[in-house]
Structures are given as C-alpha cells and as structure tokens.
Write a protein that binds this ligand. Sequence first.
Ligand SMILES: [Zn+2]
Length: 311
Amino acid sequence: MLNKKNELKTIVFFLFITLILSCSNDNSNNLPPNDEPNITPNEIIKIPVVIHVINPPSDPFSISDEKIQSQIDVLNQDYRKKNPDHIKTPQEFKNLVADVGIEFYLAETDPYGVPTSGIIRTESDISGFSGKDLTGKLPIEDYKLFFTNKGGQDIWPRDKYLNIYIASLMDKWGKLGFAGYAYSPGTDPRIDAVVIDPRVFGTLPPLEVNYDLGRTVTHEIGHWLNLIHVYGKDGSCEIGDEVADTPNQKHQNLGAPAHPKSSCGSNDMFMNFMDRVNDNSMYMFTKGQKERVRNLFKKGGLRRQLYLNNK
Ligand SMILES: [Zn+2]
C-alpha cells in the first residue's frame, strides 16, 4: 500500500514536471514566428490594395486601369508628405506636417496566392449604398456590395489587404456627404472596407468638380486607419478627434475657406485631410495623426496582422 502510494506520488510529480515543461514550451511556441519587435519610427508600412469595381451593365469598365493607378499615386504622395501642395500649410501648423510613412500598391497575388492585377470588375446594378445599413436593422449578410452571390464582390481578407470598392453613391444622395465612406478598425471583417463613388476617385475622368484630386480616398482611408474628423463631434468644442496636435474645431469646413478661420479659441486646421473641404484645399496630416495611425500596426493594434502579413 505504502509503495503504491509512493509510486503514485512519483507519477504525479513527473506529470507535474512534464506539465510545467510543456507549458513553458507552449509559451514560446505561441508567439507567431514573424512577430518582430515594434515598428521603428521611420519604417515605411506597405499595404496591398484590391480594387473592387462595381459597374452598371450600361457603362462597363469606364473606370480605367490608369484612373485607378492615378489614385494609388495620390495616396503615395499624401501619406508620404510628397504632395507638392503641403507647402501651402500656414506657418503656425508647418512644423506639425507629417510623413505618415504608409505606401499603397495594387495587390500582386490574390488570397489563394494566384497572380492578380489587384483590380476585379463586376457588372452589376447594385449601388454603393448596399454596403451600408441605412435602416439600422440589416444583418451583415444583406450588405450586398460585399457578397458576390448578391451582385457585389466578396471582400478579401482584411489581415492581408485594404479593400476599396468603387460603386455609385451619388445618384440618390447628391455629392456632398456621400462621396465615399469607410469602416473603422474593429468592424465586422466581412465589411471592413472603403467605398468610393467613381466620380471622386483618382485624377482622371469621369470626375466631379472640386473632388478631382483623389482626396476623398485619402480622407476615407484616414477613417479606415482610425482617424476621426478634426472637428470631432460637429458643433462641439469638447468632443474632438483624440489627437493632441490638431486644434479643437467647432464645425466641419466645406468648400475653400481662407486662413485664418477660428473657432474654439484657435485657428481651424481646415487644410487637414480629415476636414471636409474641397480637394485642393486639403493637404496635410499631423504628427499626432501619424502616431494614432501607426499605433494600429504595433503590437496589440487592430491592424497588426495586416502589417505582419506584408512585412
Ligand atoms: Zn469623413
């Protein structure tokens, strides 16, 4: 009896040791092999983009490859402080202008590893509005824009790509306010995309006057990258954009304002990409916005996996 008890003790002891060893092994194996230390300040983060073009059957393929590339070129200027117009930034904001350090390129392989142009075209009558719940009641499966079997296109995995949908948004709503929209980090993976009307996309026709420099997409990708409008909650000086170096601003600015224009005790930074002015009146992100965007890709950030998969 005593012997058996000792034997049992020994077995339990070895089981315990084995458990400890396997646990510590597990811990080291749990880290993804490519989970590198955090991003360095000057590191350029590169994001592959897939463009889903939803054309009405009467007007197929009017969105040329060249028009799409012109938009990619705009993004690679605006997110790298290479846009020549950033020099128009007023003196008081000049030292805040940031090179966000993000570059975009058309995806070269699809989710299965097959070579692609990064541009997928579908003829369909559905509009960009079918990617948004206007009733507040729709299940995600009814956001038709994002489902091939409902006339849209299935989204590609958000941990590998930025998904941009080009689909008509203007006909029903007028141009202001709904030239495009974007889902923020943390949204449902089936709809984590940016949706843009073809007439505000890129710098080649067809284009809408005042929205012809590709800045609608710069702005909407800003939302996809977690940025909030510089005016925060419209009408409030208290609820801002959670970025320290953008002045509090009471209202959105539209059109082409002249500097200085003040609210909440300071001059508005209406030339920021995250206000709502005309394309040729916006030309800068701030260092604080850069920090907020890049936090997404750091350890624990909501787009960390996208960064790791493209490193
Ligand atoms: Zn916006």
